[in-house]
Ligand binder design. Structure first.
Ligand code: ACO
Ligand code: ZN
Length: 226
C-alpha cells in the first residue's frame, strides 16, 4: 500500500517535473526552462547568503550538538551586521515582506543559528516593545470559551483591543526550509528569553509575535502553550 502511494507520488512529480533542490530547497519544475533558469539564478545567491565563514569576534550565546546560536547587536563589526542583514533579506523575501523597517533598529538583536555545515539556517530578529495586542485564538482552540456565544466566536478571529504588557517583540523568525521541524526556532526562542535582557529571564507572556504568518501562528501557538 505504501509502495503504491509512493509510485503515485513519483509519477505525479515526473509528470509535472516538480522537484525540490537538495541544497537550496527550492521547488521547481525541471521540465520548464523558465523554472530551471529561476532556480539557477536563486541557488548560488541563496547559498552564499546563508554561508557562514567564521568571524574574528563572534558572540556565541548557545551551543548545541548540531550547531550554535550567535547574537548580533547593532554596534557589532561591519561583517557581522552585513551577514545578519543578508540573512534577514533572505527571510524577508520568503515572507513576502517588501522593506519592513525595524521600529527601533538601534535596539534590535539578531540571533543566527549556525549548523555544523557552517550555514545560517535560522534567524530571529527581536526588538524591545512595551505593549502588544494579543491575537485571539480560534474558538476551538480556546479552552474556557462558551462555544454558543456568537459574539465571542466572531471576536475570536480578531486582535484584542486591550494592550497588554510585553517586553520583547519578534519582528521576524525564519528557519531554512530544509532544516525545519528540528526545534531550531524553539531553541532560538529559548535563547532569546535568557539573553535579551541581561540578567533576566523573560516569560513566554512577555514576548509578542508581530503579524505572524500561518507557519508563524502554528509555531507560536505550540511554543507558548508548552
Ligand atoms: N505546521 C505545524 N506545526 C508547526 C509548524 C508547521 N509548519 N512549524 C512549527 N510547528 C509546531 C510543531 O508543533 C513543532 O513541534 P514538532 O516539530 O515536534 O511537531 C513546534 O511548533 C516547534 O517547531 P520548531 O521545529 O521549533 O520550528 P521550526 O524550526 O521548524 O521553525 C518557523 C518554525 C520559523 C515558523 C518556520 O516554519 C519558518 O521559517 N517558516 C517560514 C517563515 C515564517 O513563516 N516565519 C514566521 C513569520 S511570523 C514572524 O516572523 C513574527
Ligand atoms: Zn538549488
Amino acid at each position: 500500500r505504501q509502495d503504491e502511494d509512493q509510485l503515485i507520488i513519483d509519477a505525479g512529480q515526473k509528470q509535472f517535473g516538480a522537484q525540490s533542490c537538495g541544497s537550496c530547497g527550492m521547488v521547481y519544475s525541471a521540465d520548464n526552462p523558465e523554472d530551471t533558469f529561476q532556480h539557477s539564478q536563486f541557488h548560488q545567491r541563496f547559498l552564499d547568503a546563508i554561508k557562514y565563514v567564521g568571524w574574528k569576534k563572534e558572540r556565541v550565546v548557545a551551543h548545541f550538538w548540531d550547531g550554535k546560536i550567535l547574537l548580533v547587536m547593532p554596534d557589532d563589526p561591519k561583517y557581522a551586521i552585513k551577514k545578519a542583514e543578508e540573512v534577514r533579506q533572505v527571510a524577508d523575501s520568503e515572507l513576502g515582506f517588501q522593506q519592513v523597517a525595524l521600529s527601533r533598529p538601534a535596539q534590535a538583536k539578531t540571533y543566527l543559528f549556525i549548523n555544523s555545515d557552517k550555514m545560517v539556517v535560522g534567524c530571529l530578529v527581536a526588538e524591545p516593545i512595551r505593549k502588544a495586542f494579543r491575537v485571539l485564538l480560534q474558538p476551538d482552540q480556546e479552552k474556557d470559551m462558551r462555544r454558543d456565544d456568537f459574539m465571542e466566536r466572531h471576536r475570536a478571529w480578531c486582535c484584542s483591543t486591550v494592550p497588554e504588557h510585553a517586553v520583547c517583540g519578534i519582528s521576524r523568525i525564519w528557519v531554512f526550509s530544509l532544516a525545519r521541524r528540528h526545534a531550531i526556532a524553539t531553541r532560538m526562542m529559548d535563547t532569546l528569553r535568557s539573553t535579551f535582557i541581561y540578567g533576566s529571564h523573560l516569560t513566554k507572556e512577555e514576548i509578542a509575535f508581530s503579524d505572524p504568518t500561518p507557519d508563524g501562528k502554528l509555531f507560536a501557538t505550540k511554543y507558548t502553550d508548552t
